[in-house]
Design a protein around this ligand. Structure first.
Ligand code: COA
Ligand code: AMP
Length: 630
C-alpha cells in the first residue's frame, strides 16, 4: 500500500485516531474530551471540551519557541511602492496591542467584528487580534459594494467595524470610508465604533462619536493576552454566495480549523516552519483566510501579503519578481491569474529576468484548471503544477495531489484524489452511487473532517437545507463531476446558480434580484457563460413589462450600473439582452442550465419538462446575434 493509500484509509476508517494525532501539533490550554462528537448529526463537533487560542498558535507560540526573529509577514505593495517585513516578535506586539485597543472599545469573547480592508498587514493583524480576544471576525472583500457590506452588517451584527481609508486597485484609488458610511446608512444594525487605518494617499473624514483612527487608539492601548476559547467556539464567519441575494455565513470553529490547516500545510502543500509560502489572493476570500493568514502562520511559515495584480502592477513579471525576491517555495493562486499572464506574455519573456530556483510547486484553485492553462504553466515553469479543489465551506482541499504525502502523476483536468478526511462519492439525483466514469453529484460522506464549516451563522436550518438534506448522510458540494477508474476526481462545474468569475464566487440569483427591481423589467435570468480569461462571465436576459416603451440600450446600461453599485464591479456584469420569452419547465422554473449550454456551444438534452421548446430556438438565435458561443 502506498503512503497516500495508507494515510487516506486511516483518516476515513479511524478519523479520531488520525485527527487526534494531528491535534498534538497544536497548543491546547485544556485537552479535548472527545476528538469527534457525533451525537447530533449532521452537526459534528471536533475536539469538544478542549480549549485553546488560535492567535496563540499562529503567533505567540513561535515566539515562545525562539523563532521570534523569523519573518512572519512580508508586505509587498507595488501599487504603493512599499515593502515591509514583520517578524513574529513584531507581529505579536502589533496584534496584542491592537487586541488591547479593541478590548478598550468593549470587544470581548463572542462579539462579532467586521473587517473591510485592502491587502495590507493590518488586515491580518485585525483578524488575529479578534482571534486573540475570542471575538468572531467577518472579513468582507473590499470589492463588494456598500449594499453587500450592509447585508453582512445586518446579519453579523458587529460591535465594531474595522476598515482602512482606502485602497489602490490596479491604477484606481478607492476611498473606502464613503463606502462604509453608505453601507452603515443602509443597514439596520449600526456598529458602535468604526476603526479606520489611515493610509497616506487618502485620508478618511471621521464621524464624531463613532469613528476612531487605528494609529491613535494603539498609542494608549495595553497589550492583551490570548483568551482561551472552546475548540468549538466560532473563530470567524465568512459570507459566501449562495443561490439567492442573501449570502451564506460559513461558520468556522477554532480547534478543528487550527488542527486541519496546520496539518494541510505540511501534507498538502509540503511546506514547513521557516518556508516562504505565498497565496496570491485576497483576505476577503477563503483562500486569504486559510492560506494568507491562518495556515502559514499556524505552521510558522513566512507568508506574503501582496497588494497588486498578476499583470499591470507593473507588468506580467510581477509574480516572478515576488517569488525570486523572497525565495517563495510554494505559491497558490487562481488559474485566472495565469491566464492573464499568458495573455500578456505568452512566451514567458518576463520569467527570464528572474531566478526562480526556490520555487518548488505551483498550486491552483478557485475554479476549474483548464488543461490549456495547466500545460502552459507546466511548460513554462518546469515544476509541478497542482490543481486542487475546495470551497469556502470546506476551508481546505477536498481533492488534491498531496505533495507532502505522495505525489501522483497529474491528469490534466483533474485535481487528483480525495484529501485525507474526505470520503468523496458521486451519486445520482436519487442518492445512489454511480459507477466510475459516470457523471453525477459530488458529495462527501459525513462526517466532514475538522476545519470545515461547523454550521451557517445564525441559520442552522439553512445549513441543513443547503448541504445536508438532498443527499442524506452526505454533504452536498453542489459541484458535478465524476471519478475515474484510478480514483481521480474530475470537477466539471456547479450544479446551482453560483458562478465563478476570475476565481471569485458570485450568485446569478443575487444579480437577478437586482435586475428584477428595474421598473421596466417584468422578468429576467442571469447565466454564467464561459470566458477565456475569467473562466465565466454573467450574461443577463430580460423581458419588458407589457406596454413599456423604453430605450433598450439605455436599460442595458442601467442594469450594468445597478449591479455594479449593488454587488460591486467584481460581478463583471456587462452584457444583457432583451428577449420576448424565457424557456421554462411546465412548473415555471427557468431553464438556466440549458441556456448556459447553448451560450457555450455545448450539446444539451431537451428537458422533458420543458413547457415550450420553440423558446429555445429564439434564445439560440439571440445568442447567435450576440456572437455566442465565443
Ligand atoms: N476593490 C475594489 N474593486 C475591485 C477589487 C477590490 N479589491 N478587486 C477587483 N475590483 C474591480 C476591478 O477594478 C474591476 O473594476 P472595473 O470593472 O472598473 O475595471 C472589477 O472589479 C473586475 O475585477 P477583476 O475581475 O479582478 O478584473 P481585472 O480586469 O481588474 O483583473 C485579473 C483581471 C485576472 C488580473 C484578476 O481578476 C486577478 O488577479 N484574478 C485572480 C483572482 C484571485 O486571486 N482570486 C482569488 C481566489 S484564489
Ligand atoms: P469558493 O467557495 O469561492 O472557493 O468557490 C468554490 C467553487 O469554486 C467550487 O464549488 C467549484 O465550483 C469551484 N472550484 C474551486 N476550485 C476548483 C477546482 N480546482 N476545480 C474546479 N472547480 C473549482
Amino acid at each position: 500500500m502506498g503512503r497516500y493509500e495508507e494515510t487516506y484509509r486511516e483518516s476515513i476508517e479511524n478519523p479520531e485516531l488520525f485527527w487526534g494525532r494531528a491535534a498534538e501539533n497544536i497548543d491546547w490550554t485544556k485537552k479535548w474530551d472527545k476528538v469527534l462528537d457525533g451525537s447530533n448529526p449532521p452537526f459534528y463537533r471536533w475536539f469538544s471540551g478542549g480549549t485553546m487560542n488560535t492567535c496563540h498558535n499562529a503567533v505567540d507560540r513561535h515566539v515562545d519557541c525562539g523563532r521570534g526573529n523569523q519573518t512572519a509577514i512580508i508586505y509587498d505593495s507595488p501599487v504603493t511602492n512599499t515593502k515591509r517585513k514583520i517578524s513574529y516578535n513584531e507581529l505579536k506586539q502589533e496584534v496584542s496591542v491592537f487586541a488591547g485597543a479593541l478590548r478598550d472599545q468593549g470587544v470581548t469573547k463572542g462579539d462579532t467584528v467586521i473587517i473591510y480592508m485592502p491587502m495590507i498587514p493590518e488586515a491580518a493583524v485585525a483578524m488575529l487580534a479578534c482571534a486573540r480576544l475570542g471575538a468572531v471576525h467577518s472579513v468582507v472583500f473590499g470589492g463588494f459594494a456598500p449594499h453587500e457590506l450592509a447585508i453582512r452588517i445586518d446579519h453579523a451584527r458587529p460591535k465594531v467595524l474595522i476598515t482602512a481609508s482606502g485602497a489602490i486597485e490596479g491604477k484606481k484609488t478607492i476611498a473606502y470610508k464613503p463606502l462604509v458610511d453608505d453601507a452603515i446608512s443602509q443597514s439596520d444594525h449600526k456598529p458602535e465604533k468604526v476603526i479606520i487605518f489611515q493610509r497616506e494617499f487618502v485620508t478618511a473624514e471621521l464621524n464624531e462619536n463613532r469613528d476612531l483612527q487605528w494609529q491613535e487608539i494603539i498609542k494608549t492601548a495595553a497589550p492583551a493576552d490570548c483568551v482561551p476559547v472552546l475548540a468549538t467556539d466560532p473563530l470567524y464567519i465568512l459570507y459566501t454566495s449562495g443561490t439567492t441575494g442573501m449570502p451564506k455565513g460559513v461558520m468556522r470553529d477554532n480547534g478543528g480549523h487550527a488542527v486541519a490547516l496546520n496539518w494541510s500545510m505540511k501534507n498538502i502543500y509540503n511546506v514547513d516552519t521557516g518556508d516562504v509560502f505565498w497565496a496570491a489572493s485576497d483576505v476577503g476570500w477563503v483562500v486569504g483566510h486559510s492560506y494568507i493568514v491562518y495556515g502559514p502562520l499556524l505552521r510558522g511559515c513566512t507568508t506574503i501579503i501582496y497588494e497588486g495584480k498578476p499583470i499591470g502592477t507593473p507588468d506580467a513579471g510581477a509574480f516572478w519578481r515576488v517569488i525570486s525576491e523572497y525565495g517563495v517555495r510554494v505559491m497558490f493562486t487562481a488559474p485566472t491569474a495565469f491566464r492573464a499572464i499568458k495573455k500578456e506574455d505568452p512566451n514567458g519573456e518576463f520569467l527570464k529576468k528572474y531566478d526562480l530556483s526556490s520555487f518548488k510547486t505551483l498550486f491552483l484553485a478557485g475554479e476549474r484548471l483548464d488543461p490549456d492553462t495547466y500545460h502552459w504553466a507546466k511548460n513554462l515553469l518546469h515544476i509541478p503544477v497542482i490543481d486542487h479543489w475546495w470551497q469556502t465551506e470546506t476551508g481546505w482541499s477536498i481533492v488534491a495531489n498531496c505533495m507532502g504525502i505522495e505525489e501522483f502523476p497529474v491528469k490534466a483536468g483533474s485535481p487528483t484524489k480525495p484529501a485525507p478526511g474526505y470520503d468523496v462519492r458521486i451519486v445520482d439525483d436519487r442518492n445512489k452511487e454511480v459507477p466510475a466514469g459516470q457523471e453525477g453529484n459530488i458529495v462527501i460522506k459525513l462526517p466532514l473532517p475538522p476545519g470545515t464549516l461547523a454550521t451557517l451563522w445564525r441559520n442552522e436550518e439553512r445549513f441543513v437545507s443547503s448541504y445536508m438534506k438532498h443527499f442524506p448522510g452526505y454533504y452536498e458540494t453542489s459541484d458535478g463531476g465524476y471519478i475515474d477508474e484510478d480514483g481521480y476526481v474530475y470537477v466539471m462545474g456547479r450544479m446551482d446558480d453560483v458562478i465563478n468569475i476570475a476565481g471569485h464566487r458570485l450568485s446569478t440569483g443575487a444579480m437577478e434580484e437586482i435586475i428584477s427591481t428595474h421598473p421596466a423589467i417584468a422578468e429576467c435570468a442571469v447565466i454564467g457563460t464561459d470566458d477565456q480569461l475569467k473562466g465565466q462571465l454573467p450574461l443577463g436576459f430580460f423581458i419588458l413589462k407589457a406596454g413599456v416603451e423604453a430605450d433598450v440600450e439605455e436599460i442595458k446600461q442601467e442594469l450594468v450600473k445597478m449591479v455594479r453599485s449593488q454587488i460591486g464591479p467584481i460581478a463583471c456584469f456587462k452584457e444583457s439582452s432583451l428577449v420576448k420569452r424565457l424557456p421554462k419547465t411546465r412548473s415555471g422554473k427557468i431553464l438556466r442550465g440549458t441556456m448556459r449550454a447553448i451560450s457555450n456551444g455545448k450539446e444539451y438534452r431537451m428537458p422533458s419538462t420543458i413547457d415550450d421548446p420553440t423558446i429555445l430556438d429564439e434564445i439560440t438565435e439571440t445568442l447567435k446575434e450576440m456572437g455566442y458561443p465565443r
